[in-house]
Ligand binder design. Structure first.
Ligand code: G3P
Ligand code: CA
Length: 296
């Protein structure tokens, strides 16, 4: 059997609230969410950078693809331009993903828009432009998708020059103007940004990112310290003990970046997907969705 029976049952059951309550109840854990708050699947599929294995990362083409596939969330990385626009790009510079050069923080939006953000992935995507956060939200609205969430990674590093001090406030203003406050998960390696966001908007959902060589010693304490809603570590840091400790504490987990089916299965076998809000962040949402479909 590929999955332990309880996990498989959890993934198969359509009325997942009973499954989750059963798992949690058996461990004496309080149920974190009501049935109406749940996503259609217990394991959330997060399309990393929109699905960077399938389309040029952090472009509208990738986000369109992620939605078409039926992902639960579109992950994306945010920076701020010289003229204060919130744009979607992973690196602080243009070289790796576009045919342009320079730092995002040194360029205006108009200057950034001159460069191609699709051709490096494949000539079939030539013409893609680096999108703004507003454009991604407009795309989701135009698609009529009222379900998908946006994982907004604030690429804020306090020591990097040219970054606005009010990064979080700028992002929040866009979310308020577009009515998307409740449609996002704000995530960051810069954990104080999560606490700032929560203070500015208590209803916002946040996820604490952890990477680097050394895994945090006490993920539960870290998540609590910054008032985050879930823990999102590098997959290298995921052990049975970490999953169990988080779930015992009522905290969901969503590791990144998980691209191989064997690794996806390992995480599911560890119990990821038995707790409301658990997820897997992948460049290949198609692979994970196929795996979950096959297990139903
Ligand atoms: O979802 C978290 C993940 O995106 C963090 O790593 O470098 O891909 O932004 P990175
Ligand atoms: Ca990211």
């Amino acid at each position: 059997m590929r999955f332990p029976s309880l996990r498989l049952a959890c993934l198969r059951v359509i009325g997942i609230s009973f499954c989750i309550m059963g798992v949690l109840g058996s461990q004496g854990i309080g149920v974190a969410a009501t049935a109406t708050e749940r996503t259609p699947r217990p394991l959330e599929v997060h399309a990393h950078r929109g699905g960077a294995g399938l389309a040029p990362e952090n472009t509208l083409a990738a986000f369109r693809k992620g939605m078409e596939l039926g992902a639960d969330a579109l992950e994306m990385d945010l920076h701020v331009t010289r003229d204060g626009e919130v744009v979607v790009i992973h690196d602080e510079t243009l070289e790796r993903t576009t045919n342009g050069m320079g730092s995002v923080a040194d360029l205006t939006l108009e200057e950034l828009k001159r460069w191609d953000a699709g051709g490096k992935f494949s000539p079939a995507f030539r013409g893609e432009r680096l999108p703004t956060l507003r454009e991604v939200i407009a795309l989701v609205k135009a698609a009529g998708n009222t379900r998908i969430r946006l994982d907004l990674e604030l690429k804020y590093a306090p020591d990097r020059p040219g970054q606005p001090e009010d990064f979080e406030q700028r992002v929040l203003e866009i979310l308020r103007e577009t009515g998307f406050v409740l449609r996002v998960n704000v995530i960051s390696f810069h954990h104080p940004s999560l606490a700032t966001m929560r203070a500015l908007e208590p209803r916002i959902r946040t996820g604490l990112l952890a990477g680097g060589r050394q895994a945090p010693q006490d993920p539960v304490a870290l998540v609590r310290r910054y008032h985050a809603d879930y823990y999102s570590p590098s997959v290298r840091h995921v052990t049975p003990e970490v999953v169990a400790a988080l779930h015992r504490a009522g905290i969901p987990i969503a590791p990144w970046t998980v691209n191989e089916e064997t690794e996806m299965r390992r995480l599911i076998d560890l119990g990821i997907g038995t707790f409301a809000g658990d997820g897997i962040v992948t460049d290949y949402p198609d692979r994970l969705l196929t795996l979950l479909k096959a297990s139903r």
